[in-house]
Structure formats: structure tokens, C-alpha cells
Ligand binder design. Structure first.
Ligand SMILES: Cc1cc2nc3c(=O)[nH]c(=O)nc-3n(C[C@H](O)[C@H](O)[C@H](O)COP(=O)(O)OP(=O)(O)OC[C@H]3O[C@@H](n4cnc5c(N)ncnc54)[C@H](O)[C@@H]3O)c2cc1C
Length: 347
């Protein structure tokens, strides 16, 4: 069976790596730098904490598989010293974790277990002790090394499905494959549409900014999901020693696609700086790094798969924490010509 994976983000590379490990004939097409779009940057948040038990379970599976990657890499890929979720809806998250049998506990505002860059005012915070920070830079090194010989630097412009397989048209050539895994991140929608598959098309602008920490005492847990005093959803974590990365959500009038990248970035930068100045006393309001990407409109946590004939498309948000699970499930689905169904999110 000949297989093409389109996109060398973390999802495409995890899939390619798994297929190579099973001795399959696989080519991974990438138009830019591997893990240079949505998988760019040095860190992400890992958590068991999710709002539905299926995803808690998926995170548990993914953590086991990250363990295999850690053995191969010879170093930790997740620095697991906990993730905190604060806010009114933490009980829903706690219920999902209880149902999935994942360790967690709730603490109040004065808890000595919370050493975050500000004092917590939320009535309840959920501590997910096995959460933490994903070292994306190490994953990039591991996966690009494993997949090096399979990656082809070509921009895929077209897909054509027929009875004999799927033809992949690139900037350089056209090749026919028995199976194609479409893992092109923000570009999945337009390619999927060419073979009659619907996946989300609408995107918006997003950016996460990194700041120096003023804290001299260690921060912990190092990852935190909360809502600002003005009601903006935020996620934040210790990205590298002495640094704190913060992302927040704004409405479509500020970050919608038609607003344009520059205007959206300016709005996000201003809002994030305002938030840091107003609410994070242990963070210096000085931006030292920025990660920009284009997420889908309206998608929350979750992994989604669609198949038509020889093309399997995979998409979703916050996929880094599930990457080894997605790679394994996509490889199974390619070999069995099926759709991954372990999460109940297959469509
Ligand atoms: C700021 C930020 C914070 C995040 N926080 C978290 C978090 O805390 N926890 C978490 O789990 N996840 C988080 N995520 C999300 C996670 O990083 C992404 O879901 C994941 O990296 C997506 O990987 P991917 O492989 O699907 O997409 P991508 O990494 O975008 O990979 C797609 C690849 O396809 C290539 N490509 C596209 N079109 C073509 C084409 N036509 N031909 C050839 N190649 C093509 C692109 O160049 C790209 O390399 C965050 C993302 C960002 C940006």
C-alpha cells in the first residue's frame, strides 16, 4: 500500500512516524518548515482535565504513548507538575474527570498549592496533578529525525480521487497513492473539499505572547486555564525557565478573518498587555516572544476524522496533547481502510 500524508505538523509527523515504524511505504508532503504552522513554538499545555470524559480518556491514552516517545527521545517530553483550571465551570470538568477515573482535586482561593503569577480569586480551582507543560521543541526534534527520509518539501495544490487511488498534485509532480491522510492544519478544508469531504473552512487569527516572570519563588503548577476579570478566556503557562506565555480570546470583531492579520495581532497584543498589567503582578508586561496561528472558528477541544474513499482527513483544536494517539489511530485507520472510532468523534 502506498500512502501520502499531507502536512508535517505534529499530526502528520506522528502519523508518518507510526506508519514508518510499521514498515509502510509513506511520503509526507510539507510546503514549509516541519511543525512551523500551528505546531510552531517551544511549549504547550498538557492536561487530563477536559469537559467530557471521552477526552479525559483520550488524554490518558496519549500520555501513555508520550511515554513511548520519551523512551525513544531519552528525555521528558511533558514536564508534569500540574495544570490548574479556575472558574465557575470547574465542577463540570471535575465531573468528567471523576467519570473517567482521573486524579484531580478542588482547592479554594487561599490554597498553598497555588503559586501562580497572581493570587487566585476564583472560588474553586481544579488541580490536574498529572498535567503540565509539553516540550514541543523536543517533540519536533524527535519526529523530524524519525521522519526525515519520508518528508518531501512540496506544496500540495490538488487531490483527485478515482477508482485507482488518489492522485496528489504538487508544485513539482503528480503521484498516485492508495491512501492519503490529510493533516494540513489550517489548509485541510480547501484540500478536503476537492475530494468531496467537508471539514471546517472558516479561520480566525490567534496569538500567544511570552513575558519575563518577576517571580523569584518557583511558579506552580506551571499551566493555568482561567477567565480574566473582564470575562476573557485565557490559557497560560511557564514556557521556558523565567518566562510566562499567555493567550487570550477576543470576539470576532477583533480577530475574525476579515479583520486581517495585522489588525488582529495589534488587538490581541494590546488586550494581552492590558490583562498582564491589570491581573498578573508577577509578570513583567514586556513581550519577548509571539506565536501566531490560524485556528478554526467555533471548534473546541476534540479530535475529528472524516473519510471518503482513499482520503482520511483529521482536524481539531488543541491537538498537541493528543498527538501520539492521533498518529497511532490514523496509522491503524490507513492500514484497515477505516475511520478511527476510539473517541466516539468519528463522523
Ligand atoms: C498559540 C497556540 C497555543 C496552543 N496551545 C495548545 C495547548 O496548550 N495544548 C494543545 O494540546 N494544543 C495547543 N495548541 C494547538 C496545537 O498546537 C495544534 O492543534 C497542533 O499543533 C496542530 O497540528 P497539525 O499537525 O494539525 O497542524 P499544523 O502544525 O498546522 O500542520 C499542518 C502542516 O501542513 C502543512 N501544509 C498545509 N497545507 C499544505 C499543502 N497544501 N501542502 C503541503 N503542506 C501543507 C503546513 O505547512 C503545516 O506544517 C496551540 C496552538 C497554538 C498556535
Amino acid at each position: 500500500m502506498s500512502i501520502a500524508v499531507i502536512g508535517a505538523g505534529v499530526v502528520g509527523l506522528a502519523t508518518t512516524s507510526e506508519l514508518l515504524a510499521r514498515g509502510m511505504d509513506v511520503t509526507c508532503f510539507e510546503r514549509g518548515a516541519p511543525m512551523g504552522e500551528r505546531s510552531v513554538g517551544e511549549s504547550r499545555i498538557f492536561r487530563y482535565a477536559h469537559q467530557v470524559p471521552d477526552l479525559v480518556e483520550a488524554a490518558r491514552h496519549a500520555r501513555l504513548l508520550f511515554g513511548d516517545w520519551e523512551k525513544a527521545a531519552g528525555q521528558d517530553l511533558i514536564e508534569a507538575v500540574g495544570t490548574v483550571v479556575s472558574g465557575d465551570d470547574v465542577h463540570g470538568w471535575a465531573d468528567a474527570m471523576t467519570e473517567a477515573g482521573a486524579e484531580h482535586f478542588l482547592v479554594g482561593p487561599g490554597s498553598a498549592q497555588l503559586r501562580l503569577p497572581t493570587s487566585i480569586t476564583a472560588q474553586h480551582s481544579l488541580i490536574d496533578p498529572a498535567g503540565g507543560v509539553i516540550r514541543v521543541d523536543r517533540i519536533r526534534e524527535l519526529l523530524t529525525d524519525r521522519c526525515r527520509d519520508a518528508i518531501r518539501s512540496e506544496h500540495v495544490h490538488g487531490l483527485e480521487a478515482g477508482p485507482e487511488g488518489v492522485t496528489v498534485h504538487t508544485s513539482h509532480s503528480s503521484h498516485r497513492y492508495d491512501q492519503v491522510v490529510l493533516a494540513a492544519g489550517a489548509a485541510t478544508g480547501p484540500l478536503a473539499a476537492q475530494v468531496g469531504l467537508y471539514t471546517p473552512l472558516a479561520l480566525h487569527h490567534h496569538a500567544r505572547f511570552t513575558f519575563p516572570l518577576r517571580a523569584t519563588a518557583p511558579i506552580g503548577p506551571p499551566a493555568w486555564i482561567t477567565t480574566s476579570a473582564s470575562g476573557l478566556p485565557t490559557y497560560q503557562h511557564s514556557s521556558t525557565p523565567g518566562h510566562w506565555a499567555v493567550g487570550l480570546e477576543l470576539g470576532p470583531e477583533a480577530i475574525g478573518w476579515t479583520v486581517g492579520r495585522d489588525a488582529a495581532l495589534a488587538a490581541l497584543e494590546a488586550a494581552t498587555l492590558d490583562y498582564v498589567r491589570a491581573e498578573l503582578e508577577l509578570v513583567e508586561p514586556r513581550i519577548v516572544d509571539r506565536v501566531y496561528c490560524t485556528p478554526y472558528d467555533g471548534l473546541a477541544d476534540g479530535i475529528h476524522y472524516r473519510r471518503r474513499g482513499g482520503v482520511l482527513a483529521v482536524y481539531g483544536e488543541n491537538l498537541m496533547k493528543f498527538a501520539p494517539l492521533i498518529g497511532r489511530d490514523c496509522a491503524d485507520a490507513v492500514i484497515n481502510v477505516s475511520i478511527p472510532s476510539s473517541l466516539g468523534h468519528a463522523q
